[in-house]
Design a protein around this ligand. Structure first.
Ligand SMILES: Cc1ncc(COP(=O)(O)O)c(C=O)c1O
Length: 506
């Protein structure tokens, strides 16, 4: 298939255009250039792209930059790779040619073909529809999508829920006002003060429909279109999706053994928001050092930036003492603390919470009502009971014990399987672990080979927002029944060995 202009010439022009349009890192410029050329059909379906080596030379980029851009475009379905013959523009990725329409209009019509619906997506809608983080990146129980909820105390929960409905307090059927059901906000405040060293009064607690909802409110109320948000890189795709949807400028900031390293932020970058997971970095599974915490809080105070601390699974630590929150260290009221019941109860409960600085509390409460008209008071009331009666604390103790055993069992199998080809680099916490693989190892290939054996292990390279800086696997163990762990651990070992055997020398 031929394009109107030779592909390399077209890409050179598109790259120059994208560069002139926005001040973005180079891989993002290239990504935007290719994406736009595909969407506008300047690059037609089936067109062959130059090799990464040629393109790198042509545009004066490093080969790694081009490789990681291609990886992102492959993952999002704009291009396809055919082994041995090259990389091509995907069929169905482009927008249909419609006579007399401008490129922006063309982008809007893509929904009709790529998603089958009659509606027209906005450009933002298109970006979101293609993101598919849930399919690509959600950490799942190793064998398929069935989570193991056998540990959830269903009977207790049923009793508390039906008790609420039996009492028939009519006010529970109304919208939730002022940040949610007051006794639950109080129970959460008490819990966070003692177990997470959060500095909190009940007025600062705002109940939401989970972390995504909390992040959305933070982005909407604390940042304007085009403002900069720092994200850990690799980082949490759920947060990335929200920030993109709010049209923020995402600046990935590298993560090392001490967590997000602000020295790796682009020079001169002035963040409005800083999103991070300091207790258990997602996905790398490292805890942020005290020195880093202090330095980030200083930056936030100096820049008048808001720090969003996503403490999604801090209850689940299997060794050492619990870590205190970042919020508790902050003397300047710049931190919004975000928590969720997704990991410690069940994901579908969709109850999360924020602890917002005193000065923001009223605005968050009223905006939540105006934007959402929240409800679900009977569930909030049952949860308040669940915490107040001590069931929550007992449940967390049981989870910790069960997950610690599962992790230990998996670590044993993986160590035996991988020897020195893979190293477990994450701390003993949370619901997944990270295996680092040698730099040349194609972790996506390992993911595919493990999937053929019925085992889910996500390629670490997919979690990078910027250039891929490490290869490895993200492996969920929490919701995997213990008697299946050895089998899945062996599948991972076989997949790694098979990928390394077939690796072509670079
Ligand atoms: C980093 C991180 N934050 C938060 C959550 C929980 O999100 P939600 O409360 O929206 O279910 C997850 C779930 O996977 C996560 O990985």
């Amino acid at each position: 298939v031929r394009t109107a202009a030779p592909t390399d010439e077209l890409l050179r022009a598109a790259y120059a255009d994208a560069r002139a349009m926005a001040d973005l890192p180079r891989y993002r410029v290239l990504y935007e250039a290719v994406r736009r050329a595909v969407l506008s059909q300047q690059l037609v379906p089936g067109a062959r792209l130059p090799s990464t080596r040629e393109l790198a030379r042509d545009l004066g980029l490093s080969r790694n930059t081009v490789l990681s851009t291609f990886e992102a475009l492959l993952a999002e379905g704009y291009i396809v790779a055919r082994t041995g013959s090259g990389t091509f523009v995907a069929h169905g990725a482009a927008t249909p040619k419609v006579r007399g329409r401008r490129p922006a209009d063309l982008a809007r019509t893509a929904s009709a073909t790529s998603h089958g619906g009659p509606g027209e997506l906005s450009r933002r809608g298109l970006r979101l529809a293609r993101f598919r983080g849930g399919q690509r990146l959600e950490i799942q129980p190793m064998g398929g999508t069935e989570a193991d909820f056998t540990l959830f105390p269903m009977k207790q929960w049923q009793r508390l829920q039906s008790r609420q409905l039996r009492h028939g307090h009519l006010q529970l059927l109304d919208y939730a006002t002022q940040g949610g059901f007051a006794p639950l906000r109080r129970a959460i405040a008490d819990y966070l003060r003692t177990s997470r060293a959060v500095r909190v009064e009940v007025e600062q607690v705002v109940l939401t429909a989970g972390t995504q909802h909390s992040l959305d409110l933070c982005a909407q109320l604390l940042a304007d279109v085009g403002d900069t948000v720092w994200m850990e890189d690799p980082g949490y795709w759920g947060a990335q999706c929200i920030f993109e949807a709010c049209d923020l400028k995402i600046e990935p900031v590298g993560v090392d053994a001490e967590g997000m390293n602000p020295q790796l932020a682009p020079r001169g970058s002035r963040p409005r928001l800083i999103y991070l997971t300091p207790s258990n970095q997602y996905p790398m599974g490292v805890a942020m050092s005290l020195a880093r915490r202090r330095s980030l809080l200083q930056i936030a105070a100096r820049e008048r930036a808001w720090v969003i601390e996503d403490d999604y699974d801090s209850e689940l630590r299997y060794s050492g003492r619990p870590l205190a929150s970042l919020q508790g260290l902050d003397a300047h009221q710049r931190v919004v603390y975000v928590g969720t019941f997704s990991k410690v109860l069940y994901p579908g409960i969709k109850i999360g919470y924020m602890v917002v600085p005193v000065a923001l509390a009223e605005s968050f409460g009223s905006a939540l009502y105006d934007l959402q008209r929240p409800g679900q008071l009977p569930v909030q009331a049952a949860l308040a009971d669940f915490i107040e009666r001590g069931y929550f604390a007992t449940h967390i103790r049981r989870l910790r014990q069960a997950y610690a055993e599962r992790r230990q069992r998996l670590v044993g199998v993986l160590n035996a399987q991988l020897g020195n080809t893979g190293q477990i680099s994450s701390q003993a916490a949370g619901l997944h672990l990270v295996v680092r693989l040698p730099d040349g190892c194609d972790d996506r290939r390992v993911q595919a080979l493990a999937a053929e054996r019925g085992t889910t292990a996500r390629a670490l390279s997919q979690y990078f927002i910027g250039p891929v800086a490490a290869r490895g696997l993200v492996v969920g163990f929490g919701y995997t029944p213990p008697d299946q762990l050895a089998h899945h651990g062996r599948s991972v070992g076989q997949a790694v060995r098979a990928a390394l055997r077939n690796q072509t020398p670079q």
